[in-house]
Design a protein around this ligand. Structure first.
Ligand code: AMP
Ligand code: MG
Length: 389
């Protein structure tokens, strides 16, 4: 049995980056850059007016003759005398001779001239060329996550394709004779299968839209056969259940018989102790406990960072938060506890119902409160560490 920290380290050390591919910027949301991006242009490419108003050369004068017009999209580098201004609109090219734009609300204007009522400071309302980025400067370093804003920025620079890390192909293998598909009639002794649906949803939170779900009965031969095919086709394999020590838990044996390299089995934690992690070629295999809350806990603690590592994130662990504990916690297990908890701006409350099967509690939790294995007690009012989920 290993410690939580060791398990995290082993997973990190074994989750290699995915290969890369060229992708249209339009389809790149949620991907992580595999290359540094250099700006092909200045942005903005020319000096732009920030306002609808008048462009002129700043001086002590308040009155200017209007000698032209510059609409957004126009280009006319009109020569201006010190007594002249042009009508200008937001986003329009500012002629080289003008250094300042006055907003139209601050001007008394007639057809041919303006009188500036409130004189702006010199250089006001003119966006300098290259204000956001200069040509040949770095737009993004490699390993940057492409958010809507990042995609917008790339598009504003005229960039249409970028090199990103591929998303892994993920399979979920569900084990358990007792499981019935939601939507079918529940029979005596059976329960609805929820782990695959829950894990698919958890994968979607990190941009993995689809995972292929396979199902087997608690049977060594069937499990071994299913895994044989799955291990060839996927980058990440999540297995639900059958990894504990019961007479009908065949997952570990089936993995070993498929030449999966065991990297660890069992972690000193509660819930989520019976977990296996292994690899075969570049495929990572996470055999998660069948108990739904354990399964999801271990997904957050172990699977999510591994996927983030594979798809190129530089920060693979969520930032933890510290809050004041509303009650006391005892830990006589000698294990690291992950407690379903709810935190607000100052405090954290441990929720009632911590069993490893309890999704009802998990469903209203916003965090896992971490009690390290060497901590026997937290007192009410003490600061504790949480992993937001
Ligand atoms: P196992 O790890 O296979 O021993 O399963 C532990 C507990 O989790 C048992 O009560 C199972 O019925 C339950 N369980 C296992 N797999 C699932 C699943 N896919 N959906 C819901 N509950 C499950
Ligand atoms: Mg089972």
């Amino acid at each position: 049995m290993i410690k939580v920290e060791q398990a995290i380290e082993i997973i990190e050390a074994n989750s290699k980056k995915m290969p890369t591919k060229l992708i249209s910027v339009r389809k790149a949301l949620g991907y992580v850059l595999a290359e540094k991006i250099i700006s092909p242009i200045n942005m903005p490419p020319f000096r732009q007016s920030v306002m609808d108003g008048y462009a002129f050369t700043h001086s002590i004068r308040h009155q200017y003759d209007i000698v032209g017009i510059s609409q957004a999209g126009d280009y006319s580098n009109i020569k201006l005398k010190s007594t002249e201004a042009i009508r200008i609109f937001t986003g329009a090219f500012v002629p080289d001779d003008a250094d300042t734009v006055v907003m139209q609300e601050d001007v008394m204007a007639n057809k041919d001239s303006i009188l500036i009522a409130a004189m702006p400071e010199k250089l006001s309302n003119v966006r300098p060329k290259g204000e956001q980025i200069a040509k040949d400067d770095i737009v993004f370093e490699a390993n940057t996550l492409l958010t809507p804003a990042a995609i917008g920025f790339l598009a504003s620079l005229g960039i249409t394709e970028v090199e990103v890390y591929k998303k892994p192909k993920v399979a979920i293998l569900v084990t358990g004779n007792e499981l019935i598909q939601p939507g079918k009639k529940l029979k005596k002794g059976k329960i609805f299968e929820s782990n695959s649906i829950m894990l698919e949803a958890a994968l979607q939170t990190i941009g993995i839209q689809k995972a292929k779900v396979y199902r087997v009965k608690d049977n060594l031969k069937a499990t071994k056969k299913a895994l044989k095919g799955i291990l060839k086709k996927y980058d990440i394999v999540l297995i639900s259940g059958g990894i504990s020590v019961g007479d009908y838990d065949f997952v570990k044996e089936a993995l070993l018989q498929n030449e999966v390299k065991e990297l660890f089995y069992k972690i000193n934690q509660k819930p989520g102790k019976p977990m296996f992690f292994g690899s075969k070629n570049d495929t990572l295999i996470f055999a998660l406990p069948g108990n739904p809350a354990s399964s999801l806990t271990n997904f957050y603690i172990y699977v999510l960072p591994a996927i983030k590592n594979r798809i190129g994130f530089s920060e693979i662990h969520k930032t933890k938060v510290v809050r004041k504990l509303n009650s006391e916690i005892k830990n006589d297990t000698g294990k690291t506890l992950f407690l379903k908890a709810k935190y607000d701006e100052t405090n954290v409350t441990v929720l009632n119902g911590q069993s490893s099967a309890m999704l009802n509690t998990f469903a209203v939790a916003n965090s896992l409160l971490i009690v390290p294995e060497n901590i026997k007690e937290y007192k009410k009012g003490q600061l504790v560490t949480l992993l937001p989920i």
